[in-house]
Ligand binder design. Structure first.
Ligand code: NAD
Length: 321
């Protein structure tokens, strides 16, 4: 009987550190942009009024993955996570399931990695601290990733106690921003809010700034005003997905932005498109979260486990078949 290892959130974090996730996610963006990895459209299954479910498949490098997660924005009020579910990892030779992983941890690692990779690719080359606005599950992961890359972070959250708790948990290098305006004025800003309120209003971005917008990953969500977005050099994670579900969808609908004005992060990493043009340009990364990122992180976790299973005494196996 095949025994399939099941990775809890703790196991996922023990296997892969945030810098390892950045390198895995870099590979995902590059391989996807090269056309070597495949990613069919995300399938949404609405569950009104609570939220929705998402089925996210991808394959590449001899692996196939399916992430099955919910997005339930009101769950924190029930002391439940906004996003939870599982990632199923199979090999594509005999098509056998290889691992089951906690989707919340995989998502947090790859979301933190994408936000930081975009900032490292598009921001001016400074050592300035980054501000992270919205430090729930995924914002905290972004802050953790910046710290792992030796960049200090200033945190802001609509719930002040949340920012203080996360700053305390992350320790050295993490502080609470003086106020929201101060956080939004940082040279590098990452927003990871539910996307119910616009954070960047007309005229709020300053020359040379980089912003990674991570929160608006579904219809009706926005973290930036259309007029403000179109002042920037806009880069998305993937055109198909972001043009339907990201911040750019509103600017496209309003006909204030055209496809040829939007670059893709993977194509910039490949050298096929232009990233930052000069120190005055404002750069914005619009992320909706790609299944290829989940694939890369799941493979990296499983590979580390397979290299030294004895280092993961808590990973249990389930007999299937
Ligand atoms: N782009 C991606 O790859 C990706 C990945 C995961 C989650 N997301 C999206 O990111 C958002 C956050 O997800 P999460 O799992 O971290 O949620 P969460 O509920 O754990 O955290 C959200 C945090 O934002 C804070 N917040 C709410 N409104 C705010 C505001 N106006 N200003 C500052 N802080 C505010 C909340 O207090 C909370 O701490 C969601 O919209 C989710 O769908 C995107």
């Amino acid at each position: 009987m095949p025994v399939v290892p099941v990775f809890t959130a703790r196991d996922v974090y023990a296997a892969l550190d945030p810098s390892g996730a950045v390198e895995a996610v870099r590979e995902a963006f590059v391989e996807h942009a090269r056309g070597a990895w495949t990613m069919p459209s995300k399938v949404y299954l609405d569950a009104p009024p609570n939220g929705d479910f998402r089925a996210m498949p991808a394959s590449g490098g001899g692996w196939a993955v399916l992430k099955w997660v919910n997005s339930y924005p009101r769950n924190p009020a029930r002391a439940l996570p906004t996003v939870s579910g599982v990632v199923l990892l199979s090999e594509t030779d005999a098509g056998q399931l290889q691992a089951v992983l906690d989707a919340g941890a995989v998502t947090a690692l790859r979301t933190g990695a994408a936000a930081v990779l975009a900032a490292e690719t598009l921001a001016r080359p400074t050592l300035a601290p980054a501000a992270v606005v919205g430090v729930g599950v995924n914002g905290r992961a972004v802050a953790r990733t910046f710290l792992a890359r030796e960049r200090e972070v200033q945190l802001w959250d609509a719930e002040p106690v949340q920012a203080s708790l996360v700053a305390e948990e992350l320790g050295e290098g993490a502080t609470v921003a003086a106020d929201l305006a101060d956080a939004l004025a940082a040279d590098i800003v990452v927003t990871v809010t539910p996307g119910r309120e616009v954070l960047f209003h007309d005229g709020s971005l300053h020359a040379g700034q980089h912003v990674s917008l991570m929160g608006a990953d579904g219809p009706g969500k926005a973290e930036i005003a259309v007029e403000e977005l179109v002042r920037a050099h806009v880069v998305c994670d993937e055109w198909e997905q972001a043009s339907h579900n990201g911040d750019i969808s509103h600017a496209l609908e309003a006909r204030k932005l055209r496809r040829e004005q939007v670059a893709e992060l993977g194509k910039i990493l490949l050298g096929e498109q232009i990233g930052r043009r000069d120190e005055h340009e404002i750069t914005v990364f619009d992320s909706t979260g790609l299944a290829v990122q989940d694939l890369a992180v799941a493979v990296a976790v499983f590979t580390r486990y397979r290299e030294a299973p004895a280092s993961f005494p808590d990973v249990v196996g389930v007999e299937l078949g």
